[in-house]
Design a protein around this ligand. Sequence first.
Ligand SMILES: [Zn+2]
Length: 54
Amino acid sequence: MVDCPECGGSVTLHDDAETGEIIDCGTCGAELEVIGTDPVELETAPELEEDWGE
Ligand SMILES: [Zn+2]
């Protein structure tokens, strides 16, 4: 589990979470992006404003 950067609550990830995956915090409902998986790090997902290009 990882701490939500927004509310500090615990967020449970899938074992196979991948970088770039968007996860909803079950405590505050914030959208969080997985920015690293070893160890897992979360960051508040940016608002949908720009297409980053794939
Ligand atoms: Zn939260």
